[in-house]
Every structure is written in structure tokens, then in C-alpha cells.
Design a protein around this ligand. Sequence first.
Ligand code: GLN
Ligand code: ZN
Length: 773
Amino acid sequence: MSMTTTAQFPSATILGYPRIGRRREMKKAVEAFWGGTITAAQLEAAAAALRTTTRERLADLGLGRTDSAIPESFSFYDQVLDAAVTVGAVPTRFASLVGIDGRIDLAGYFTLARGEGDNLPLEMTKWFDSNYHYLVPEIGPETVFSLASDRIVREFNEAKAAGYLTRPVIVGPVTFLLLSKPSDEAPAGYQPLSRLDDLLPVYAALLDRLAAAGAEWVQLDEPGLVSESIDVPRVKTLEALAWSYAALGRLARRPAIFVAAPYGSLDDALPVLAATRVDAIGIDLVRGTLPEPTPGLVDKVLVAGVIDGHNIWRGDLAAALDRAVALKELSPTVSISTSTSLLHVPHDVAHESSLGAELTSWLAFADQKVGQVCTLARGLSAGAAAVEPELSAADAALTARSSAPGVRDDAVRARAAALLDSDFLRGDYATRLAAQEVALGLPLLPTTTIGSFPQTADIRRARARFLTGVLTEGAYRELMQAEIARVVDLQEEIGLDVLVHGEPERNDMVQYFAENLNGFAVTENGWVQSYGSRCTRPSILWGDVSRPKPITVEWSGYAQSLTAKPVKGMLTGPVTILAWSFVREDQPLGETARQVALALRDEISDLEAAGIGIVQVDEPALRELLPLKKKDHAHYLDWSVGSFRLATAGVADSTQIHTHLCYSEFGVVLEAIGNLDADVTSIEAARSRMDVVHDIEAGGFDHGIGPGVWDIHSPRVPGVTELTELLHIAVGAIPARQVWVNPDCGLKTRGYTETVESLQNMLEATRIVRERI
Ligand code: GLN
Ligand code: ZN
């Protein structure tokens, strides 16, 4: 070891903390900066204040002030963007944002995330198997790496000036390149990982600066190691890993290196990492499993990720302690940590006043988890007896939970247990198609939308006033019905073939169902960062799921009563409801999914009885929950696809089932989409100029398909020529009888001006294409 002594790793730590602020202060400050109401200096001041509060709180909760226990995990937008800006990886189209000193200012930083004029922002994609989205760096032969930002060093110094010795955190070099995509300039087949040798000196320079500033430990996040990259063979990843940490390990001056590998098992990356000179390795013992004894590991600090950073349960503390103790077999030095950054959970259970004492006692949000980590660290050093009161309190909560009313509902369980294979099967497609043609009488290239219409300020106000009791239920219903009538009229006027009611009554496509099903609770302040300044408030699925009464039937039925055209009922699918909620961990996800599916099955059957002939079950999260390791795919697809089929297979042949998926990267799930056996599937396609129709053609998909022709993510109105071209591409690749015409996604976030114009153009393009085929 090149350093004479390595500082001790703290006995308790976390991999990261929510950075949006307890009252979403950062969201508000960042958006105020975007809106021009505060200056960059004011935004910096707000961020510094948040970092200060965070450090103070973490210290109050028990993390060490001066032993590198507190991670510096703040970000204005995204940690991968931060890493890109730190190493100077700015795409050529944004070159003008870089100053002569090679730096990019705060406004430039946000431009990378949000785009400007014709310059599209960095692409955004899902961070491992979470609902957080990161920005994808673009790397090519032209990328010049340099230490272009010292923000990390400044934040460390800021903490130091306030009396803290914290631990800087940055995405590690291997993960950074694995998550990057080839830049526009890169030749075909280019691999960003080929630039590792040019990138490492920048990390080396950063580590040098941090050591000079007095940092004792640095955390390099390498979750890329637990997942399987599609583009990079595993051997290449392992080589890159060995090479990187050999290089960084031998630096003359550096902090001790802690490599964290959240979101799963390191598997074959562990022996590789153990053979390098890194000083500490973070092991996810929630998602991952206890590793085998591994040469070299005995010299490392093992940071036991035993507190789930990804979910909100208080959990089994004694079992978590046992897992950490088991890790001691592999190395004498074990510390306690969270399995992932706490970024995925809300700040504080104490902010919730409506969950009830019982449910609250089962929960641990970020602050409670920090407390748990500290408890376990004491237990690990002084023995379980030393923390006996905490362990038994957690145990008592767990026991109470398992027998609490609603957690197990015998009727729900009996129904799930009695399911037959036939409950998952519809009749053959040709028969269905014929029956639906008779029942619906739709033209060739039927036109429709994805469900929601613009959520105007009036709609939101009405909902808020109903919630706070200002509006009576009757008055609220009248307002919603008036809105539905308006939306139906508008669609008739535009000439759409399959209408929707517009979803004005829904705050959110998952929360709305959570509020109307047994087994869910909804938080008041449980915000979690989804991307940038965007936060979601996932519901908590805590008990067996059932449907006390019909949910959407009244609204869809009302819409149908206003028109002779078919109105499409609109539901959120079981997988998406699970993916965007905090789910129970006391039973397999597949079991929970079945319960949700059965509730939806009843809803669909009630819709059918109310005269709704088309029902759409949205599953935008089907791809999102796909496990990181290929060996786990089959099992996942089995239960996820199964739950969709269970929800939808109860209908008559003449009832048409639609599904909607937001994205267009099908690859691995294309076959699964076919297995959903929906009659019609709508997908996003406009942004990729219909690329996806070729996959569909190649996949032999023979059911109805609606490749989106209008990218609804911006207010831009697509012209008739453009829409006609896209439709031509679609009918060129797929038989016209299969093709549906629709936008990419729901119109909730759009305004009426662009909505009306775009839909009119869509109808005109359809008319033109219908004439030509
Ligand atoms: N039906 C939903 C809507 O239109 C679908 C949203 C989604 O796919 N995310 O809003
Ligand atoms: Zn969508």
C-alpha cells in the first residue's frame, strides 16, 4: 500500500441520502432558477443550505461527523450527469456551453439535461432496476477527458469548513463508461469503454485533489458491475475493473477507496475487485447474496449493505445483523450500510400524519434507516445484546404486521389459490378478431388516443377542492362529468374512431388505483426523485389487494352514454401498479401481482357489463421491472405477463383488449409483449421515426399495433406531411389491417392548443394514407 496508514472506515454509513429536500426545497429552487426567478448564486446558496442541513441531520441521527461516515451525495440534477461534467464529457453539440477554462456553469449544466433549441438533451434512461432516471453520457473518439469541475472537492471543503470530515461520492469509471452511449461522431460499433485509459487519469487527478484537501475516504459507485451489459461482454467489464482499480490503487496520493456495488450481487466481479488495492467493498446483502470466501477479501473492509435502500419497510433488524455477522467470516473488518443510496425512499416517516400508528410502526424512510444502520453498527461491535431493545422492537412490529387485519385476506388468498390455467387464456385470436370486427365496425387504420387529455388548471383545482372538502362529492362529480362531456365532444368533432373519457379524475395513473383498492396506503410527503426536479409519491402496498367497489365504471360508462362511437375503458396494469408503488416484501412479487390482477379482472368485467367494448390496460413499466441478470428474466416474464393475462382473459371474444407501453426499446421483451396477447398494443415510436415497426415485423407480431406518430413530450405540433410519412413507414412494414393510429402516450401534460391541432393533423394524415392503400 502506498499510503502509510489507511484511515479506519466508519462503522456505520449510508451510500447516499435523498437530495430533493424534506419539503422538496431543491425541486423548488431548481425550478425557480429555470423560471428565471432566482439567480445562479441564489440557487447555489439554496443547495449549500440543503447540504448543511443534511450533514447536520445525518450527524444527529448518529453518523460520525469526522470519520467519513457522511457521504457527499448531493446533486443538482443527476449523479451521472455530475460525473460527465466532472470529467469534461460534454457532447460536441454543446461545445458552446464550455468556457475557455474548460468549465461549464450551472445554466450550461442544466442545458445538458434539458436541451436547448434544436440541441436535444442527453438521453434519459432508467437507473438499474429503480424508478430513478439518469442522463446518458455520450462518448466518442472526439471526447477529451479532463478534470473539468472541482465541485466535488469544493463540497468536501465546504463540509470541512463546517467541522465535518465527509466522504465524497462519484460514479466510478467502469460504470460511467458502461452507462455511456457512443456519441454522434462515433463510428458504428464504438464502445465507450475503449476510452478507459484516457478516463482513468482524470479520476486519478480527482483523487489526488481530494487527498490534498484532506479526504480520507472516497466512494466510487460501481453498480454497473452487478448488471449485465448488453453491449459489453462480461470479460471486458471484468478486465476494465481490474485495470481501473489497479491503476487507481497504486496512486501515490489518494484517499482510501471504497467501491460500492449496489442493486445486486457482484458475482464474478468480486474476486477481481478483491485482487485490486481498493480498501473497502460495498456488498448489497438485500438484493445480492452472501459471497463465497474469496482470496484477497480478508484484507478489505466489507461494507455490509443490509438495510434496504430501495424500499420503505422497517424490516427484520435481527436478520440484517445476522447477515452482517456472517460477512465477518470473509473479513474481520465489517461495517454497516444501506444496500443502495437512500435516494429511492422518502425522507422521514415522521412527516406522515395520516398513515395511522400501526402502518407507521412498520415503516422506515431515509431517516429511520440511518437510525437502523447506527443501531446495527453498535450491535456488530458490542454484540446483539447491546441493541436488544431495538431488535425486539423491530421484531414486535414485524410480528404485529404479519397478523394485522388486511395484511392477509383469506378470501383474496383462496381465490388466487383456486386459479386454473384457463383463467389466463383467451380464445384464439382469429375468432376474437372476427367477433370484434362485428361488434366494433372500425375502419382500416382506426384512430385513437392513449387515454388522458390535458389536465388543465381547472381540473386540478377541482380535485384539490374536493380533497379539502370545499367541493361536495356531487359538485365534484358534476365538474368531472362536464369535463368528460367536453372531451368526448372534442373527439367526435375531430373525428377519432375510438374515444376515451380523458382521465380527468386521476391525479396519477397508479395512485388513483391505489386510493381505490384495499391493501394500499397513500403518503402526504413521501416524495422520491424520479429524475431531475421531478418527484413521484409512490403508494404503499402493504396488504392483500381487493376491490371494494367498481372504480372507473361510472366515468367510462358516462362517456359511453354520450356517444355512439366506442369508448375505451382505461386501467393501469398490475405490473405498473407494482413498479410505481412501494411493495410488500413479505411475499413474492408475483403473488402480489396476481391479487392486483384479480381486482382489475373484476373491474374489466364490470366495464364490459356497462357496455364498454374496448378496455386498455396500460403496462408502461413492464420493461422497467425486468431483472438485471438474464438468469432471472424467465421467472419475471412468467409472472408479469401472467398477471396481465389474468387481468384481461375474462372477457368475451368480442371485447377488445388494448395495452400501452411507453417506450420503444423492446429488444428482450418483444416476445413477452406478444405473450400479453392483447388485441392491440400501442407504443412510443415517433421519436425513433418508427424504427420499432421493423422489430415488430421481424418479431412476427400479428395482433393490432399502434406505433405512436406524435411525440407528446414537447409542445411541438407534428405536420400532416410528417405524420403521413410516419404512417407510410408503418404500413410499409406491417400489414395495414394491423395498424392503429395514435399518439406516443397520454396527453395529460399537453395544452389544448397543440392537442387539437396535432390530433386534427393526425386524422388528416390517416385520411390520406387510407386513400392510398
Ligand atoms: N393512459 C395513460 C395516459 O394516457 C397512460 C400513461 C402512460 O403510459 N404513462 O395518461
Ligand atoms: Zn405512455
